[in-house]
Design a binder for this molecule. Sequence first.
Ligand code: ATP
Length: 485
Amino acid sequence: MMTPPPPPTEEAARKRSASDFVFGKVIGEGSFSTVYLAKDIHTNKEFAIKVLEKRHMIREKKMEYVLREKKMLQILSGCTNYFVKLYCTFQDAERLYFVLTYAKNGELLPHITKNGSWNLECTKYYAAELVLALEQLNDKGIVHRDLKPENILFDENWHILLIDFGSAKIMTAEDKKENEEDGRKRKNSFVGTAQYVSPEILRNLETSYASDLWALGCIIYQMISRSHPFHAGSEYLIFQKILKLEYEFPEDFDETAKNLVKELLVLNPTKRLGAADIKPYSSIRQHEFFGDIDWDNIGPPPKILPRSPNSSKSLDKDNKIPDHLEPGLDSEKASRLQLDMLCQTSNTPTRKKSDGNRNLANLDSSEIERRLELQKLDKWHNLVEGNLILKQGLVDKRKGLFARRRMFLLTVGPNLYYVDPATMVLKGRIPWSAELRTEPKNFKIFFVHTPNRTYYLEDPEGYALEWCKSIDEVHAYYFPQSVLP
Ligand code: ATP
């Protein structure tokens, strides 16, 4: 057994490096980062360390995003609740490291999908915590701009912790001016996530705190109905619906919640509930929906039951750092931990080309209905917004040095969703348009080109050509005019 290293001197405590931590396992992946569960070798304290590859950040021109996130987390470091704390940052030749509070109970999103035990009491409690978090953001002059269930995590006591401040903005007078200039320079740029983005961000108008209130309305809607208020087959169509405020409530939607959501999902940001409050967000606090909430002491959270017997084990028990690991992170170790994660997910069943004829043009409506009924038994069904799955399979989505293994789900709509098979969380979808085009490189590798981005994909089982063919068929069906004679 190794003898533990001596406690750090004051100087060492100030200046940490990767060798002060044992990196246990990959607990999350973003577009630009890999997040590891790690243990400080001096204190045994667990942290989540967000690691960003410098080469990747520079190539994708994302340094601004990283610096912004660091700045925001530093500003929020004085807040004791509702935000991950940034303990320290350091770098080596290849990577940047953010040492963060470890959110032991994972993301909110899986709890509010169809199979969860989530109820109205949970919605009230966590919507209230979100309001308290937004009040603190407002107090610090920060607009998050990418508030969504994937960016809301739970700490060990099941209180929320907001993450991902790379899109945030500071609303000081100086920054406001910068925002305006920035907005003029970068017309049509869009931050956030399609389902939660506010109409003013879509229209390139000035961002304000009210953009987060719009997202709050979308999240409360989703917590109650288990689906997004604005959903459609492509980002473009979602944006159209947002701009026209085109959404509906399911019949059984709680009436007071409905009223609150309606007051938050207002096109004019200045008219949203809370936007004009002298003391933010007193009018939201006073809304009837929060009648039972004691805002000075909201008390312990309601019990959230595990989503399934398996999911309860997935977080805490599996997230133990083995004793034998050496401190530090180099490329070899990073790849091994990445591989460990991929191996853990490789038992997920994939549907192969032998699944029968799934060509959209050959399906009539009764056949679609029949298949949809069968699909309801499929564990992926709840992630595809009720759309019929035409093809599915595990595909490695490559970004920079690393590939993330994702379950790709090609559906009518058209949609090409990708899901993290370990957490069953929908990570995104490839936006469809007439310009979308596939390019097979060999039996394993294929590209999907969209106007804003090329997706580098690899089918480990060698069905890249099948993927391209299926995507092309769906594309030809929905965009017949774009097919060259
Ligand atoms: P995006 O693609 O949204 O820009 P990103 O690169 O900014 O992502 P994050 O969203 O910060 O990365 O983190 C990626 C994932 O890692 C999160 O979805 C979450 O599941 C996990 N994660 C991040 N921070 C923590 C934390 N402090 N504790 C536990 N898990 C975390």
